[in-house]
Ligand binder design. Structure first.
Ligand code: ZN
Length: 693
């Protein structure tokens, strides 16, 4: 699988810009004896607690941060897909503009500190404004109806569209509703029902038959009038709906060679997006608007005319000319991301992390670090207002890096779109997926429909993703033309260029918002020899909601897709279908924004603070530690850190993550447990991705 961050770090190592040292920590060693670096802040080792007053994260225990918008400051964290400590409960305050966070449990007013009320419907200490009152004695005349100019009834809120042209998924066009608690239906009017949605818990008009519903909330779903664009309710693992989608791609092979400058057409995303007119040239600045309550921001750069396919470092190291927005700036003029300085080995405490290659087309989705996940959630979304960034690729950065060529001004042009996800992600979500039968053990969509191995693979994939709160929704099976099977059945995994086998195979991806999995028979090297690689992602994350482009999918070795050796127990070693499911789940994890918990040389880690690290220098077998890259940068070959050395998450030193779905290497000898293969933060990154609804 792809080595992610090393070449980018290389770009940074030669950066001659005045690198400003981070004011926050990225490593324990920066914090002094006995202290640890937790999500960017030095803290004394401690058990996770919530409820304390605070002004900064440093006042909170390890794993908690300071919600400064709460009265007196509140040490807490997002409990979306996470558990709360003893004496605390998970309270969904999203509908009142706050977060899904752990609040101190209470039974009497004296249990709560100043500024907080013991909310009867929640059983927790929350600000009075976030406590849904008992409304069951009254009927609301405007519930679920368009917001009147004079405003909704007292105590209600107008859930409006986030911005013109971007509909509120639960209340398209805007409607009167109220924040409520689904565990206490008295928090809605007598004619309403409280429903936990993907963006918060709201009162909807109650119904028994469809004719009870009207306007934009015309569907009667489980006793509530809902929008057709509402997120489906889901209890993972759900049973997916499998359909056949036909054949994708042109019937005949292309007759002209792929032009790297125009490796794929610009495509319109299937989700509403902000557009910026004609394609932008690298160096241009783009401004976009973020409305209040935005939980996820995705910047999509699609190649329009990219004549510069590669840049060369030190005269020999040729790397793809990757597109990545730079100088991402929030409304307070704070630069959240600058691609030129070398990224930290552990990015969990920085606002934005970028790694890997994304030639021609790429997506940057925030939040993608523990720091930004936690702070975005706790403050009820990203800072609203005007944001900006510079359209940028490595060819432009090359001009500021010593020993990088060429140094001429690039003219690379990209079509830019910004896609926002309203609301903070819930604890569950639904993802649609598609499979393309290019190679592998199952030859066609029709065969897959009745193949026991495919059915087993899908069932196991559902179990793995259930660990991140995901339900599989629609599953579409696509065939590809004969020429594509011949050309891409065993793709060249060494060629990462936009005209390479993998990138061009991914352009066959159908339009729509789904993860596109391409089954192949195997992978080969540039020299034509077989590789032990089992899967290759497009980019991290993939361009969700965009089909037909390079990187619009992930490839999976499907040659073991069979029921042979499978028993009722999940076993990725004995059961080929389970193994393929594990590979697909991993590659889909990249598509949804996850990096490897530990990279192969054991010196680079994912930007999550709740996934244990496994450093080569301290976790590899003693006899191999001297050849770790962190100890000997010229070791040839360097020691590669294996799963089995990374199964002691609470040891000293910590050597964990070997059983995580996103470890760089397939487990060799042990069987990962599907209930623990992803962390809470990894689940939050996944559910923040556009592909999850
Ligand atoms: Zn991987």
């Amino acid at each position: 699988m792809r080595t992610l961050a090393a070449p980018i770090a290389a770009l940074g190592l030669w950066a001659c810009s005045g690198d400003n040292a981070p004011s926050r920590c990225t490593l324990d060693s920066q914090c002094g004896t006995g202290r640890i670096c937790d999500t960017g802040t030095c803290k004394t080792a401690s058990t996770r607690t919530v409820g304390e007053a605070c002004t900064t994260d440093a006042a909170c225990s390890v794993g908690s941060i300071c919600a400064t918008s709460m009265p007196g400051g509140l040490c807490t964290y997002s409990c979306s897909g996470d558990t709360c400590p003893s004496g605390a409960v998970c309270t969904d305050l999203r509908a009142s503009g706050s977060a899904m966070l752990c609040s101190k449990a209470c039974s009497a007013p004296t249990d709560c500190r100043s500024g907080y009320t013991c909310c009867p419907s929640l059983g927790a200490c929350v600000p009075q404004a976030s406590c849904p009152p008992n409304r069951s004695g009254a009927v609301s005349a405007d519930l679920g109806k368009a917001c009147p100019a004079a405003g909704c009834a007292a105590g209600e809120i107008c859930a409006a569209d986030p911005s013109p042209g971007i509909p509120n998924p639960e209340f398209p066009g805007g409607a009167c509703t109220a924040a409520c608690n689904p565990n206490d239906q008295t928090t809605c009017p007598a004619n309403g029902k409280c429903v936990s949605t993907s963006t918060g818990s709201f009162c909807f008009p109650s119904c028994t038959v469809p004719t009870d519903c009207s306007g934009s909330l015309a569907a009667c779903v489980a006793g509530a009038c809902r929008s057709s664009s509402a997120s489906p309710s889901c209890t993972p693992p759900s049973t997916p709906n499998v359909v056949v989608g036909g054949t994708v791609g042109a019937p005949a092979a292309p007759t002209t060679a792929c032009d790297p400058a125009h490796a794929a057409p610009v495509t319109t995303p299937s989700l509403p997006a902000q557009t910026f007119g004609a394609p932008k040239v690298v160096g241009d600045t783009v401004q976009f608007n973020v409305p209040p309550g935005t939980g996820s921001i995705s910047i999509l750069s699609q190649g329009s005319n990219v004549p510069r396919a590669t840049v060369t470092l030190n005269g020999t190291q040729i790397i793809p000319n990757s597109v990545v927005p730079n100088l991402v700036t929030d409304p307070s003029k704070t630069v959240l991301f600058n691609d030129l300085p070398a990224p930290p080995a552990d990015g969990s405490g920085v606002p934005v992390f970028y790694g890997g290659f994304s030639p021609f087309t790429g997506m940057l989705t925030m939040p993608n670090t523990s720091f930004s996940l936690e702070h975005t959630a706790i403050q009820g979304g990203f800072t609203p207002g005007t944001w900006s960034f510079q359209v940028n690729d490595f060819a432009l950065e090359c001009r500021q890096v010593n020993n990088c060529t060429p140094q001429t001004q690039p003219t690379d042009a990209y079509d830019i779109r910004v896609v926002l996800k309203p609301g903070l992600p819930a604890a569950t979500g639904t993802v649609d997926v598609a499979f393309y039968f290019v190679g592998g053990n199952v030859g066609s969509a029709a065969a897959a429909q009745t193949d026991a191995g495919f059915a087993r693979m899908l069932q196991t994939l559902g179990k793995f993703y259930a660990d991140a709160g995901l339900c599989l929704g629609k599953v579409t099976l696509y065939d590809v033309p004969a020429w594509a099977k011949t050309k891409f059945g065993v793709p060249n995994a060494d060629d990462e260029s936009a005209c390479g086998d993998l990138s061009q195979m991914f352009t066959l991806a159908a339009p729509g918002n789904q993860i596109n999995f391409f089954f192949v028979t195997g992978f080969k090297s540039s020299a034509g020899t077989g590789l032990t690689v089992v899967g290759v992602d497009g980019t991290i994350p993939g361009p969700s909601s965009v089909g037909g482009n390079v990187n619009s999918g992930a490839s999976v070795n499907g040659s073991d897709l069979s029921i042979t050796g499978c028993t009722s127990a999940l076993d990725i070693h004995a059961c080929g279908a389970d193994e393929v499911a594990y590979i697909a789940a991993h590659e889909g994890g990249h598509f949804m924004g996850l990096f490897h918990t530990t990279e192969q040389t054991g010196d680079v880690f994912d930007p999550m603070s709740d996934t244990p690290t496994c450093a080569c220098a301290t976790c590899a077998p003693t006899s191999q530690q001297a050849s770790c890259l962190s100890k000997n940068p010229s070791a040839n070959p360097p020691t590669l850190i294996r799963n089995e050395a990374c199964l002691r998450p609470t040891g000293t030193p910590v050597c964990g993550g070997g059983d995580n779905l996103m470890f760089w290497l397939l487990p060799g000898s042990f069987n990962p447990n599907p209930s623990s293969i992803l962390s809470a933060h990894q689940g939050q990154v996944i559910r923040s991705n556009l592909v999850v609804r």
